[in-house]
Design a protein around this ligand. Structure first.
Ligand code: ATP
Ligand code: MG
Length: 421
C-alpha cells in the first residue's frame, strides 16, 4: 500500500496533480482512493463528478471520497466537547458561545488525517492519493500527531492520576462535576493512539511520500523550499517536485518575457532541490477539468501509459539515523535547504528539541541515547549531526551499546535496548 500526499502554496495545482496521479495509478491497474484533507472539497470540481463521504467509483479502479469531518467530529469528540462546553458554561460563558469555542481551529484537518489512516488500514486500497490543504495548514497538520502524542504521553498520565485522587474529595464537597470524567481521558487516550498510528503511517518512507507542487515564480519557490526543510524536520520524505504552469515558448514579446523569467526560476529550483526529480507541467490552454484532461496532465507528469511508476516505493531518502562512532553515537537529521542561522538543537531531558526558524520538533530519544551525554553538534548546511557520549553513571562498565542504524517506525531512530515502544 502506498500513500502519496500533494502539498504546496494556494492555487498552484495540488488538486489537479493529485487527481491526475490518482487516475494514472488506477489506469495502471491499482485500486486507488483519492481524498482531500482540504475542507474546500475542490476534488469534485476538478474531476467534474459528484462525491460523498462514502468512496464513490468515478473511473475503473478509481474511487474518490469527500470526508465528512463534521460527522466524524460528532462521533469522536462528543465526550470531550460536552465536558468543555460544561466547564465554560459553568465559568459563565453563554452555552452557544461555549459550543462555538470548543470547535477547535484545525480540528477538521486532524479528523481528515485520522480518516486517511482509517481508510489506509481497511486493506481495500493499493494506493491512497491525498490532496492536502495549502502548505501552512498541511505542515501544522503533519507536525500535530507527534506533538500531541508527546504532550499526552507526558502531561496526561499525571493529570489523570490527580483527577482520580481528587474525585472523591470533590464529590464530598458537591463539586464532582468539576473534575474531568474518565470518559474525557478515555477519549483523549483514544485520540493519542490514533494520532500515533497516523504518524507511524505517514512518517514511514516505505509507505508515504510527499510531493511539492509549485509554479516557477520566486515567491512560490521560496515557500516550497521552506516547506521542504520543514517536512524533513518532521520526518516526512519528499520524492518529487512538480513545477506547474510552465509557459510554452512563443514568439510574442509578452510570452517570451514570461518564459525567460520562468526558465531562470526553474534553473534555480533544479539547483536548490538537487537530488530530487523536478517534473515540469506545461501551462495548458484551458483548465484541466474532468478525466480526459487530467489524463493528459498525467501523461505530462509520468509519460504516456504505462509510463513511469507514479508512486515508486521508498523513493525518498532516509531523514533520520543513529550510528555508532567508536564508543559514541551520532544522530543525523537531514535538514535540506535550511539556513544555518535558523537551525538549533537542544537536549531537554529524554528529548531532543530541534528547531528550524519557527518550526520545531520534539524528538523522543531512543533509550540508547537517553543514557548518553550530548557531546556537541554541527549543521553543515544539509545535515544536523548531534554527537552523544555514553554517560558513565548510566552504563555498566564494559558494556558497549550498539544502535540499529535504521529510522524507527515513527520517524525517530531506534536504538539497542529501546524499551519505550
Ligand atoms: N497546468 C495547468 N494549466 C492550466 N490550468 C491549470 C493547470 N494546473 C492547474 N490549473 C488550474 O488552476 C486552478 C488551480 O488549480 P488547483 O485547484 O489544482 O490548485 P490547488 O493548489 O489545489 O488550489 P487550492 O490551494 O485552492 O486548493 C484550477 O482552475 C486548475 O484547473
Ligand atoms: Mg486544491
Amino acid at each position: 500500500m502506498r500513500i502519496v500526499l500533494f502539498t504546496g502554496k494556494g492555487g498552484v495545482g495540488k488538486t489537479t496533480t493529485a487527481s491526475a496521479t490518482a487516475l494514472r495509478l488506477a489506469d495502471r491497474g491499482l485500486k486507488t482512493l483519492l481524498l482531500s484533507t482540504d475542507v474546500a472539497h475542490s476534488l469534485a470540481d476538478a474531476l467534474d463528478v459528484t462525491l460523498s463521504d462514502e468512496p464513490t467509483e468515478i473511473a475503473p479502479s478509481l474511487w474518490a471520497v469527500q470526508i465528512d469531518t463534521q460527522g466524524r467530529f460528532e462521533a469522536a469528540w462528543r465526550d470531550v466537547q460536552a465536558f468543555l462546553v460544561d466547564m465554560l458554561a459553568r465559568g459563565g460563558v453563554d452555552p452557544i458561545t461555549a459550543d462555538e469555542l470548543t470547535v477547535l481551529p484545525g480540528v477538521d484537518e486532524v479528523l481528515a488525517l485520522l480518516a486517511v489512516r482509517d481508510l489506509a488500514v481497511t486493506g481495500n486500497w493499493d494506493a491512497l492519493v491525498v490532496d492536502c490543504a495549502p502548505t501552512a495548514e498541511t505542515l501544522r497538520l503533519l507536525a500535530l500527531p507527534e506533538a500531541l502524542t508527546w504532550y499526552l504521553q507526558r502531561v496526561f498520565p499525571a493529570q489523570r492520576r490527580i483527577a482520580k485522587g481528587m474525585r472523591p474529595i470533590a464529590s464530598l464537597l458537591g463539586r464532582g462535576d468539576a473534575i474531568p470524567p474518565d470518559s474525557l481521558f478515555d477519549a483523549l487516550l483514544r485520540l493519542n493512539n490514533e494520532l500515533a498510528a497516523v504518524r507511524e503511517l505517514l512518517g514511514d518512507p516505505t509507505v508515504t511520500s510527499v510531493r511539492l507542487v509549485l509554479t516557477p515564480e520566486a515567491v512560490v519557490a521560496a515557500e516550497a523550499r521552506r516547506t521542504f526543510t520543514a517536512l524533513a524536520l518532521y520526518g516526512y520524505s519528499v520524492d518529487l517536485v512538480v513545477a506547474n504552469r510552465v509557459f510554452p515558448a512563443g514568439d510574442d514579446e509578452w510570452r517570451q518575457g514570461w518564459a525567460r523569467a520562468q526558465q531562470t526560476q526553474l534553473a534555480a529550483i533544479r539547483e536548490s532541490f538537487a537530488g530530487l526529480p523536478v517534473t515540469e507541467l506545461p501551462y495548458r490552454a484551458a483548465e484541466p477539468i474532468g478525466a480526459a484532461a487530467l489524463r493528459e496532465v498525467a501523461a505530462s507528469l509520468y509519460g504516456e501509459l504505462p509510463g513511469a511508476d507514479p508512486a515508486p516505493v521508498g523513493a525518498g531518502p532516509a531523514l533520520l539515523s543513529v550510528d555508532a562512532d567508536g564508543p559514541n553515537f551520532v544522530l543525523r537529521m537531514a535538514l535540506p535547504l535550511a539556513e544555518r542561522a535558523s537551525v538549533d538543537a537542544a537536549r531537554a531531558g529524554d528529548d531532543l528539541v530541534v528547531s528550524v526558524g519557527a518550526n520545531r520538533r520534539v524528538l523522543s530519544l531512543p533509550s540508547v541515547l537517553r543514557r548518553c551525554i550530548v557531546d556537541g553538534g554541527e549543521f553543515d548546511g544539509r545535515e544536523l549531526r548531534v554527537r552523544f557520549r555514553p554517560d558513565p553513571d548510566l552504563w555498566p562498565a564494559g558494556v558497549t551499546p550498539r544502535p540499529r542504524p535504521r529510522p524507527g517506525p515513527r520517524g525517530r531512530p531506534e536504538g539497542a535496548g529501546d524499551d519505550d515502544a
